[in-house]
Design a protein around this ligand. Sequence first.
Ligand code: AMP
Ligand code: GLY
Length: 461
Amino acid sequence: MKVLVIGQGGREHALVWKLAQSPEVTKVFCAPGNAGTGKDGENVPIADDDIPALLQFAQNEKIDLTIPGPEVPLVMGIVDEFKKAGLKIFGPSKAAAQLEGSKTFAKDVMTRAKIPTADYESFDDLEAAEFYLKERYGGGFRAEEPISIEDEQAWFRQPKSGRSPVMNQPIVVKADGLAAGKGVKVCATYQEALDFVRECLSGNAFGEAGARVIIEDFLEGAEASILAIVDGKTIIPLEASQDHKAAHDGDTGPNTGGMGAYCPTPVVDAEMMDKITQTILVPVVHEMKRRGCNFSGVLYAGLMIDQLGNPKVLEFNVRFGDPETQPVLMRLKSDLFKLLDAAASGTLRDFEEIEWDSRPAVCVVMASQGYPGSYKKGYPIRGLDAVPNTSELKVFHAGTKVEGGEIVNSGGRVLGVTAMGKDLNEAKLNAYARVKMIRWEGAWCRKDISDKARLYVEQEE
Ligand code: AMP
Ligand code: GLY
């Protein structure tokens, strides 16, 4: 079987690597790919959003299964185009991809299906958004400062919509559309929230994607990522993982695409996974079916689980997570090609039980200096061949390319060093020992990937 993976990040390298291990697979192409996918598969110089060229390639090469990695081609409707041409593809239709493509759509699905999520309102009008911010979050006051009697009285005199106010908490503002992971801001003050809403609605920050915003309550708890394989009817959740979105140790600094992940996570035990399946995954798949846009592909639920053990949805994505995919797939013992092919064929119900390596895996992302802001490219990366890659220790490439015979950095997140160990601590040590052997100018990483698991367990005890 010939497979085409679309995309160029660490997630795509992990997909290519795992798919190439299937006895059914004879060839894995990756468009456009990176230096790592070019080694484990064959790169094709077509951009991930050039749907006509991707379709032409898949037809010419007689590709048996196509797997888009990123959200952009999915939201553009690549699945509909491939299916129209009679080609098999794993992923949601354009209509179903709205679950990630529009946060307002996702919230609407959640409200309708009674799926727990943060209270919110959606706005395309600045005045209405400003009024809501004031009303709900006591606008005009720094949330963390004590409020004067005069301020408080002024606040109570304002017209109200019946919503009870939320004070002394951050305010979360999200651009409605796709913004490459940059469209979410957790704001400490009313003013910061208002400024971000303005930036979005003015069209300056995210163009069309920011023409509508969601303002939602801040949720506290432990985060977890659930990746479930769905064929429209049957849902197979993969083992849960935890991402590290903040740039710096201790979850400080700006949001990034994800600086590391580990799998499994103690935040989601078997009982919790059952609860998540019953209260979130099943209702969303039913609701999508009711709307006439059956969901097929990866249903990614980004969750916040509170201290009482109640999971709430932060976001839905319609694709594999990056970097979660790296540790999840390292632990997957079942044939990934068979699993995704069954989902694309609508036959997941007949899929045998998924097998996992019991050892945990940790992925540490190494990034370019300056990321998530601007950074320089083109520095040669040393130490990639210091030890061979194995099934339990693998350097996944993300922002890399071959230039003048050398592998150089070409993106913000450059490598995802992933390792297993007999326990989480050993997996972490193995990953960081490998990180130490790799260098390029300005390379950096978080030093605490997977420590949240230990802290969580200590807190629970
Ligand atoms: P999202 O892309 O919607 O998952 O948001 C990116 C990150 O912002 C999440 O991984 C959380 O760390 C944080 N976040 C988003 N929504 C909320 C919320 N309602 N409460 C607290 N943190 C949030
Ligand atoms: N790691 C977060 C994401 O893939 O959206």
